[in-house]
Design a protein around this ligand. Structure first.
Ligand SMILES: O=P(O)(O)OC[C@H]1O[C@H](OP(=O)(O)OP(=O)(O)O)[C@H](O)[C@@H]1O
Ligand SMILES: NC(=O)CC[C@H](N)C(=O)O
Ligand SMILES: [Mg+2]
Length: 487
């Protein structure tokens, strides 16, 4: 496994490219490299050769290490390729679950890469099992391909649409067949997916615009909820599998997951984070000597906080560049070890100072508890923790690995208790209204275009297979009652 430390699990990255002048697999590799922050558990690239055969190379760990094998690209010929970076939300951490998945039983063979999490995967698997489907993995992602294979529709596009209508939850899929590349986005657009075009005419569909930049592709458009985008030698066509759509893209993409140089639905992630930091400062004015961020994800928010408050921004924490993200790590023990190997204090910045520590989120509390202690050990007079997103109390079922409320410190403790647990002098979060204002999507639906369920429990869809377990655990943790009290 990679030398990776992350407290919030990432979301998976997908990258597809059609019509490259030259080997498409190399373009996919570059694109996936820019998406590595979205998952560190495994990666794969598949290419379609001149004989329309699918060839794949995949492995566990970081992309660079997997493709360091001198023979990795030996069979990856052709002008179209599909890649995936995995961070597991469903299924085991095994090589069988590393994507792209290949489907070669039908006359139309194809491959797929998925970012998201299906909320009715168990029900669909049960149904598929009865039709005789033999699964190649225990991941939810392959279900789309299995549904396409059993569909009776006449055309491949018809089969894609029929299958997409049976799935619920978060899904941003890219599919590749010898005839075309397709992008399919769930009716709420929970996960990001963008289309771009290179100078050689090749079309790219991937999770974030930072990967478009990496492969010199110009942004064309975001894939919208319910859409099927079809790319073939005649160009890009837009279709849809449903018109019953409502954009509620994951707000955590803006808070934490996406790279700051990405733009999602017209909003720069870096600028949104700066506004989150500025608003948390405005909502909770506090006197202090320095503002510091927690590299990497909260640096934009810390800058925004410093500018708004007028308190100098300083580099109080250093991140070891050879250790990766913490939330993404699959076990708590590895997360804790990860944080301690990852961050260190610049003592001259901290000693005898009242410090504002800005982080983008508290999930399990591993990171903040550790950092506050480090800052105090380095001589900080006081440490005021400011979180540039609201208190994270509710699990996510759409593609982030926080499915159990019991894992979330915010679900189990009040803000006052969390402040004591992390031994901070004070602790404040951004309000949900502040978060919506900071992201400022150009969307006037009831959700302002965002899924904020992790903070307010307002899930934009039914939870299907997860509903019963969620209800039981939420009741046990008194989440509903607390919200009623809070009005
Ligand atoms: O409360 P916790 O469970 O510790 O999780 C929250 C922390 O995890 C994330 O950073 P992470 O270390 O994953 O990645 P980063 O280096 O990209 O900021 C996030 O930015 C918080 O710092
Ligand atoms: N983070 C993701 O998008 C995960 C994809 C898929 N659900 C898996 O577990 O592999
Ligand atoms: Mg962080």
């Amino acid at each position: 496994m990679p030398n990776e430390v992350k407290s919030l699990n990432d979301e998976c990255g997908v990258f597809g490219v059609w019509g490259v002048e030259g080997p498409a697999a190399k373009v996919a590799y570059s694109g996936l490299h820019a998406l590595q922050h979205r998952g560190q558990e495994g990666a794969g690239i598949l290419a379609i050769d001149a004989n329309k055969r699918l060839n794949r190379y995949r492995g566990q760990g970081l992309l660079g290490a997997i493709f360091d094998d001198p023979h990795a690209f030996d069979r990856l010929h052709g002008n179209a390729a599909l890649g995936h970076i995995r961070y597991a939300t469903a299924g085991s951490h095994t090589i069988n679950n590393v994507q792209p998945f290949m489907f070669e039983n039908t006359e139309t063979h194809f491959a797929l890469s998925h970012n998201g999490n299906l909320t009715n995967a168990d029900t669909l698997k049960e149904m598929l099992r009865k039709t005789g489907t033999i699964f190649q993995s225990d991941s939810d992602s392959e279900i789309f391909g299995d549904l396409i294979e059993i569909s009776n529709q006449d055309t491949f596009l018809g089969r894609i649409k029929e299958a997409a209508n049976q799935m619920h939850g978060g899904f941003a899929y890219v599919l590749l067949s010898p005839d075309a590349m397709y992008a399919v986005c769930d009716p709420n657009g929970l996960r990001p997916l963008v289309v771009g075009r290179r100078k050689d005419g090749a079309v790219v569909i991937c999770s974030e615009t930072c990967a478009l930049d990496q492969v010199q592709a110009e942004y064309v458009r975001d894939v919208q909820p319910g859409e099927v985008v079809i790319v073939d030698d005649s160009g890009i066509k837009i279709d849809h599998f449903t018109e019953d759509t409502e954009l509620t893209i994951c707000s955590m993409e803006y808070v934490y997951f996406a790279r700051p140089d990405s733009v999602i639905h017209g909003v720069s992630v870096h600028e949104a984070r700066k506004r989150m930091g500025a608003l948390v400062a405005r909502e909770n004015p506090t006197k202090a000597d320095v503002v510091i961020g927690v590299p990497n994800s909260s640096l934009s928010a810390a800058m925004g906080y410093a500018i708004e408050s007028g308190i100098p921004y300083e580099m109080g924490l250093i991140k070891n560049q050879y250790v990766a993200r913490t939330f993404i790590e699959p076990t708590q023990e590895r997360r804790e070890r990860g944080v301690s190997m990852k961050l260190s204090v610049v003592k001259s910045v901290i000693k005898d100072k009242d410090v504002i520590l800005v982080d983008d989120s508290i999930v399990r509390g591993t990171t903040s508890r550790f950092i506050v202690k480090m800052l105090k050990d380095a001589g900080a007079k006081s440490v005021h923790v400011r979180i540039a997103s609201p208190d994270l109390k509710y699990p996510c079922f759409y593609g982030i690995d926080i499915q159990k409320p019991s894992e979330l410190i915010g679900a189990n403790h009040s803000v006052e208790e969390i402040k004591d647990i992390i031994e901070a002098d004070s602790l404040k979060y951004l309000s949900v209204e502040g978060l919506i204002e900071a992201i400022d999507l150009d969307c006037d639906n009831q959700y302002h275009g965002l899924c904020t369920a992790y903070f307010d429990g307002k899930y934009p869809t039914p939870l299907y297979d997860y509903q019963e377990t969620y209800d039981a655990e939420a009741k046990r943790l008194h989440l509903y009652e607390e919200d009623e009290v809070n009005g």
